[in-house]
Design a protein around this ligand. Structure first.
Ligand SMILES: [Zn+2]
Length: 184
């Protein structure tokens, strides 16, 4: 166990207990992923995935040549989509997921996101065989979107070999930093 605190002269110190090699507890986190073929999805989900795939064609990605698209179905059924927008100054660009969610949040601030679909094309312009998971920064933004509306956001990750369905963002970002952590 490690303890941070203050001692003489208010200097921070670090203390390791004599039993540092002893394991006190062990826990594991499991996430559930449903894997579907495209034809197994219902009509609304197929449409959402189609829109994410179409959005890849509007990607601006002259540097990575990795074209990503996302489509969000809002609680009232409205659908918005977006794609990655790159910049020669790399950090100035933005991923498809955040482009889509920020647009949804600014255009329809009252609407929770029911489902977010994500798809990508490789350098050859083909839709990827495997699902494309969002980057860490996008996962954090997705988590905020859930927290903002107090509603789980279902996620569909498109791959030609199968489509992953995750029931919420927590499944993509376990042990996440949330507002409650600041109260503990
Ligand atoms: Zn991202």
């Amino acid at each position: 166990m490690t303890i941070f605190g203050k001692r003489r002269g208010f200097k921070p110190f670090l203390e390791t207990s004599p039993n540092k090699s002893r394991l006190m507890k062990h826990t594991e986190l499991h996430i559930g992923i449903n894997i579907y073929e495209y034809t197994e999805l219902d009509e609304a989900d197929r449409r959402l995935v189609d829109l994410a795939c179409e959005a890849t064609e509007r990607s601006y990605s002259p540097y990575s040549h990795f074209r990503v698209g996302a489509a969000a179905r809002l609680a009232d059924g409205t659908v918005v989509s977006g794609s990655n927008q790159e910049n020669i100054a790399y950090p100035s660009g933005l991923c498809a997921e955040r482009t889509t969610l920020f647009y949804a949040g600014s255009r329809y601030p009252e609407q929770a996101v029911d489902t977010l679909a994500i798809a990508a094309r490789n350098e050859k312009g083909q839709l990827t065989e495997k699902p494309t998971p969002p980057c860490g920064a996008c996962r954090q933004v997705m988590l905020e979107c859930e927290a903002r509306h107090r509603r789980p956001m279902r996620i569909l990750l498109y791959g030609q070999q199968g489509i992953y369905e995750l029931k919420d963002v927590e499944s993509l970002l376990p042990l996440s930093f949330q507002a409650d952590n600041m109260k503990a």
